[in-house]
Design a protein. Structure first.
Length: 413
């Protein structure tokens, strides 16, 4: 099953049965195809263990003492060991590149087959993560993860997690957004990590979905860890919408289809941020003192944009007369009601019901700061960072297509 989702339109597809389609928006109306051994002796020789961890490039950094690693902020970048989990994802890849460019010693944890539907071989992963030490391991298994880090033979200073469920399903969200992320905290700390940078999401402010609950549970445990351990800190990054989540309609509109949106097109707004800008912000979190023990909402540059405004930008770039298709949000409520009913009889449909809720959520909730005083979303209070604009992104997609911006397998974003 796959769920292709854009912040204002999404569709579910099942490869097993073409007839089983739960379709809510664009496809619903057939308009768019949106589409441990704890760290032992610093002088312990490097133990290459292919089964557990394939360290592909000889590590340039000499082993350092764990006690020293606690003060990693005073070291040169090249002597700071940054472990990146979720390194093969949309944002993770850019984070690895940015950290490598900033001179950190990056250890990127990856699966043997990575990417959407495991399309990338080890060779592809090594090319993608060029400049990092790639460690093939399993973040879902704490023991394996710890063995992998043990085999590295030197400590970790900072863990950066860009992990996320690729399916968005109920169980997978808990397995990755909570458990695997927790594994990387436990294993990272065991091998000396004293700072953890977490890629979360701004939408956890209003948690109505399973993956948001899973993320929040981990966030809470991360904060507790820092409360109880003086030498440990965190930075939690909560970005607004990614470009890939807003690009699903570009090629369709280019082909003459209308731009599909819910309600009047103003139900939700966001400040989209590019992969490069977000990666840069995340990399700042490794050393910035002012980002220590902070929850950091972040959006891209410029004003907040509603789906209506996003569509207008697109038509302007294409030089076409705007043509919108407004879909009542009630359609989604109706479909969710049916799915919620069905899931009581057929529990195996829980993911389909969850995907419906995810679609509904992003069709109506803004990806902006939720002002606790007013209970309203506030564009003004949502910080901006970076330089890449959605308009530039749309122009690029019009020229070059959506390559590299694909939504994941059953991807929720
Ligand atoms: N899209 C948006 O608009 C948006 C907005 C705000 C926040 N966010 C948040 O940003 C985060 C990252 O998003 P993204 O688009 O970069 O994610 P992504 O492309 O789906 O990447 C997910 C990463 O997690 C890894 N992973 C998933 N399942 C795994 C498993 N079973 N075992 C090992 N590794 C696994 C993937 O590895 P493989 O390559 O091996 O699969 C990949 O490296 C998410 O938490 C999301 O909620 C998204």
């Amino acid at each position: 099953m796959s769920l292709c989702f854009s912040l204002n339109a999404f569709t579910l597809q099942s490869p097993e049965s073409k007839s089983y389609k739960t379709q809510f928006t664009s496809q619903f109306i057939k308009q768019i195809q949106v589409k441990s051994t704890p760290f032992t002796s610093p002088s312990r020789p490097f133990n290459f263990n292919r089964e557990r961890c394939e360290l592909v490039r000889a590590l340039a950094t000499k082993p350092v003492d764990t006690a020293v690693s606690a003060s990693f902020r005073s070291k040169n970048s090249k002597d700071i060991n940054v472990l990146v989990v979720g390194s093969t994802g949309y944002i993770g890849k850019f984070v690895v590149k940015e950290l490598v460019n900033r001179g950190f010693n990056v250890i990127a944890v990856a699966r043997g087959r990575s990417g959407i539907r495991g399309k990338n071989s080890k060779e592809d992963t090594l090319n993608d993560l060029n400049g990092a030490n790639v460690c093939f391991s399993d973040v879902t298994n704490l023991h394996t993860m710890e063995k992998s880090l043990q085999n590295l033979g030197f400590p970790v200073d900072v863990v950066v997690s860009c992990l996320a469920s690729r399916t968005g399903g109920v169980k997978d969200s808990w397995k990755i957004d909570y458990e695997a992320t927790k594994n990387s905290l436990v294993a990272g700390k065991k091998f000396g990590a004293s700072h953890f940078v977490l890629l979360s999401a701004i939408c956890v402010q209003k948690p109505l979905l399973e993956f948001q609950q899973a993320k929040l549970k981990f966030e809470a445990e991360l904060m507790k860890e820092a409360e109880e351990d003086d030498g440990f800190t965190y930075s939690i990054v909560r970005p607004t919408a990614f470009f890939k989540s807003l690009g699903g309609q570009v090629e369709l509109v280019k082909d003459g289809k209308p731009y599909v949106m819910f309600g009047d097109g103003k139900l939700c707004a966001c400040k989209p941020i590019s992969e490069q800008d977000l990666a840069s912000f995340i990399a700042d979190c490794v050393l910035s003192q002012d980002k220590i023990n902070q929850v950091l909402p972040v959006g891209g540059p410029g004003k907040a944009l509603t789906p209506l405004e996003q569509g207008e930008i697109l038509f302007k770039l294409l030089g076409k007369e705007p043509k919108f298709l407004k879909v009542p949000i009630g359609i989604m409520d109706f479909a969710i009601g049916i799915l919620d009913f069905l899931v009581k009889i057929f529990p195996w449909m829980e993911d389909a019901a969850e995907f419906g809720k995810i679609g509904r959520y992003y069709a109506a909730e803004s990806m902006l700061i939720l002002d606790p005083e007013t209970g309203e979303y506030s564009a003004e209070k949502t910080p901006s960072y970076g330089k890449d604009t959605l308009e530039e992104f749309y122009a690029k997609v019009i020229r070059e297509g959506m390559a590299g911006q694909e939504l994941g397998e059953q991807s929720i974003f």
